[in-house]
Design a protein around this ligand. Structure first.
Ligand code: SF4
Length: 364
């Protein structure tokens, strides 16, 4: 009991003093029993509200090139030899990518994430992405654009910056120790090099993790501290979607309480950094998604790269129910209020006509 209270106090003190969190304190958060969960969330929520108020940044993914990747990341449905039932296509045209991106911006997204499968881009691919960035900006001048194209070769980060990219995403995903079990075609150091080269070129570094891949608490604390060393501006936290046809198919290690402890631990270690709730939130957090918004300050809107999310309108309802607001005003075709007008709310309050006192089956 006392250890967790002491650890949370120590983590809050470190956060406010701008000093390094202690790994042992972060471990206490992950190891805490479920009945202490709300104490943990409350501590993390203090930092979230101190730095970000009730604002939520909305990010929108556009998968520029899907599937057929030569790498073998075990969590990925686009990997070498994947039997997953996913869309496979080559590069979207700049116009197609722009129309996808504009839908996200209309839904309130302030950042568009342009993602392509593959080990890394060729120089020609980088130019192609530059044309897409320019086309998106013509329609949406204020949107931030993040590129996520894999490992970068020398000079490519600088070129992406010249072509108008604001940020570059490349996730560490897990600890150095576990990385070899997850992927054999590139190394952890390759990943770190790419994040460093993006930052050195003036791109805002975005790098995060995937939980639920069989990692230990030590792995999670290790990657979170490594991301601090990398000075990531944005830390996406994904929860494994064990897609059928991938090596991690059937790996269901997470529950909503565990997910909230992980998110809170990330927030306590990254007090003023954008912590983004990534893929898997609908499946793993389920009814606790709104609680997670007290800890994170950023989410993906709508669908993910190869799997469907819960829908942008439902995401906006989620924000509204949690007392949160999108960072940018939403020009969604129907406002959140319109999405559930009085008439349909009234329909939710229905006199019971089944079960006890009737001849119909109960609702159980
Ligand atoms: S490099 Fe990217 S697209 Fe390819 S298998 Fe790994 S995560 Fe998937």
């Amino acid at each position: 009991m006392a250890e967790l209270t002491t650890a949370l106090t120590s983590l809050l003190d470190a956060a406010r003093a701008g000093t390094e969190p202690k790994a042992a304190d972060l471990h206490q958060v992950l190891a805490a029993p479920d009945h202490r969960l709300m104490e943990i969330v409350a501590a993390a929520a203090q930092l979230r509200h101190e730095h970000f108020g009730n604002k939520v940044k909305l990010n929108y993914l556009v998968n520029l090139k899907s599937g057929l990747c030569p790498e073998d990341c075990g969590y990925c449905s686009q990997r070498l030899g994947s039997k997953a039932d996913i869309l496979k296509y080559k590069w979207l045209s700049a116009d197609d990518a722009t129309s996808q991106a504009s839908a996200g911006v209309q839904g309130g997204a302030s950042r568009v994430c342009l993602v392509a499968s593959g080990r890394g881009p060729t120089d020609k691919d980088v130019e192609r992405v530059g044309e897409t960035i320019a086309a998106i900006r013509r329609q949406n001048p204020n949107v931030e654009v993040c590129a996520c194209l894999g490992l970068l070769k020398e000079g490519q980060a600088e070129r992406l910056s010249q072509l108008g990219a604001d940020a570059y995403n490349h996730n560490l995903n897990t600890s150095d120790d576990q990385y070899g079990e997850i992927c054999s075609t590139h190394t952890y150091d390759d990943r770190i090099d790419t994040v460093n080269s993006a930052r050195d070129a003036g791109l805002s570094p975005c790098s995060g993790l995937i939980a639920g891949m069989g990692e230990t608490d030590e792995d999670l604390v290790s990657v979170v501290l490594r991301l601090r060393e990398l000075n990531a501006d944005s830390v996406p936290v994904n929860f494994l979607l064990p897609v059928k046809g991938t090596p991690l198919e059937g790996t269901w290690d997470l529950d909503p309480q565990r997910c909230l402890k992980i998110l809170s631990m990330v927030r306590l270690a990254h007090p003023s950094t954008e912590v983004r709730l990534g893929a898997g939130r609908e499946v793993h957090l389920r009814n606790l998604q709104a609680v997670a918004l007290q800890v994170v300050n950023s989410i993906f809107l709508g669908d993910y790269l190869t799997t469907e999310g819960q829908g942008a309108k439902k995401d906006l309802e989620l924000l509204s129910d949690a007392g949160m607001e999108p960072l940018e005003p939403v020009t969604f075709p129907e406002s959140v209020e319109d999405n559930q007008p009085q008439a349909s709310r009234d329909e939710l309050v229905r006199p019971r006509k089944r079960g006890a006192g009737t001849s119909l089956a109960p609702n159980a």
